[in-house]
Design a protein around this ligand. Structure first.
Ligand code: UDP
Length: 417
């Protein structure tokens, strides 16, 4: 076993690694290209940074490409993102035409790679239109949607559907997100990598250094939310919850930490709204972090007594599982992918309002035994459900399934290359 696989085996056990090798064997040497729109910021980049090396380790010729665009392109794709999550966004014909033009330019740059691939995995709407340039393809194309598309704004979905329908399969994180279509649909929730800088255990002195750097008082309770500054993450609602909890209870501190994503043009505006809501409260630590602050985020999640993810819409919300992995109870918005990570009263609480979040913060801080018990449950739940090895197993099974086409069973002894 290679060193990297050995490290995973030490977390999940040899059996799991053996099953991955068995599934990967028939796919050995296969060229699998993932395409998304940013290498930094957001959950998709976070996952691809870890998934690609592990696929390679298992003998698959995996690679990762990124589409590029200008401000209008990202404005259009952010509108698509918001519309898929239910916002009533208007996208003009000119903007759609620009989106297609940018996809055509990306096609020219990426064609030498994509035309040679056996499997292409397109993530989210930004590169979705690339498929129209491959009408005669022999390769299999998968559209992987990371967004809560359960109730999309119809006009925008109808436009995207024209592209998505051409794919050999569509993958969503939850059954509720899957739009009815003729393509085969698969459900694969995301995952975290226990060995990444974001999730490895940290020495106490490193955690203390981060605490000192940001002037966090070790004597007082800390709640935290780590997220891009995006309205769907409801950072202002987190501040409201913090204020309500603090008014009746202990002298709380709040860390709201995030950064931008290269493909998200709204971050700065939302940051300013959050700054105004924080109103110079010295106990609100509003941190704008660089994209490579993985160990800092790891430490902040460990410093917190309780982690919040009070999203109003959420495709998955890796930050929830990241916190659970660190043994923290999580108070999360009762939406989308958060619902499959938090089991109410077992590893955290699902809430529907700032008031609900405040109530649960106060409950946990006044019932420290319950808080510790929920933190213990949290890590076990992640091991069972949301580690990278489970995610990869499902991707491998998906690839085997679409490559074997109409066959009603998959022969693992067969080499597909
Ligand atoms: N993240 C980060 N820096 C930040 C904010 C978030 O590295 O300033 C990470 C966070 O730890 C998580 C990912 O980015 O791994 C966000 O994924 P999630 O699914 O929670 O939300 P998304 O941004 O994709 O909507």
């Amino acid at each position: 076993m290679t060193k990297m696989l050995e490290q995973y085996a030490s977390v999940v056990g040899d059996d799991i690694i053996d099953s991955l090798r068995l599934l990967a064997e028939p796919l050995s040497g296969m060229r699998v290209v993932h395409v998304n729109s940013t290498r930094e910021g957001g959950g998709v980049a976070e996952i691809l940074h870890r998934l690609i090396p592990l696929k390679k380790e298992l003998g698959i010729n995996a690679s990762w490409e990124v589409v590029t665009g200008d401000a209008d392109f990202y404005q259009c794709t952010k509108k698509m993102h918001n519309a898929l999550q239910g916002d009533d966004e208007e996208i003009s014909d000119e903007l759609y035409a620009h989106y297609e033009k940018m996809n055509a330019q990306n096609h020219e740059r990426l064609a030498p790679i994509l035309s040679q691939a056996d499997v292409v995995v397109i993530h989210d709407p930004q590169p979705a239109a690339l498929i129209q340039f491959y009408p005669e393809r022999k390769s299999k194309w998968i559209w992987r949607c990371h967004i809560d598309a359960s109730a999309p704004h119809r006009p925008v979905w109808r436009y995207l559907e024209k592209h998505v329908i051409k794919y050999d399969a569509a993958v969503y994180s939850l059954p509720a997100f899957a739009q009815p279509m003729e393509n085969p649909l698969y459900i694969i929730p995301p995952s975290i990598d226990p060995l990444s800088e974001k999730n490895v255990s940290l020495p106490d002195d490193e955690i203390d250094r981060v605490r000192n750097t940001y002037d966090i008082d070790p004597e007082r309770p800390v709640i935290c939310q780590i997220s891009r500054f995006d309205r769907f993450k409801d950072p202002v609602g987190v501040i409201e919850a913090y204020r309500m909890a603090k008014a009746f209870g202990p002298p709380l501190q709040l860390i709201l930490a995030g950064g931008g994503a290269a493909d998200d043009p709204e971050g700065e505006e939302v940051f300013r709204e959050v700054e105004a809501a924080a109103d110079d409260d010295p106990d609100i630590h509003l941190l704008m972090l660089p994209p490579d602050a993985h160990r800092t985020i790891n430490a902040l999640q460990r410093i917190a007594d309780i982690v919040l993810q009070k999203s109003l819409k959420e495709g998955f919300g890796l930050t929830v599982t990241e916190a659970l992995w660190k043994g923290k109870p999580v108070i999360g918005g009762n939406v989308g992918g958060i619902r499959i990570q938090i089991v109410n009263h077992m590893n955290g609480f699902l809430v529907n309002s700032p008031e609900g979040a405040a109530l649960r913060i106060r409950y946990l801080l006044t019932h420290t035994n319950r808080m510790a018990a929920m933190g213990n449950n949290a890590k076990d739940f992640v091991i069972e459900n949301y580690l990278l090895t489970r995610h990869l197993r499902e991707y491998l099974t998906l690839m085997l399934s679409i490559i074997s086409g109409s066959h009603d069973r998959i022969e693992l002894s067969r080499q597909f290359q």
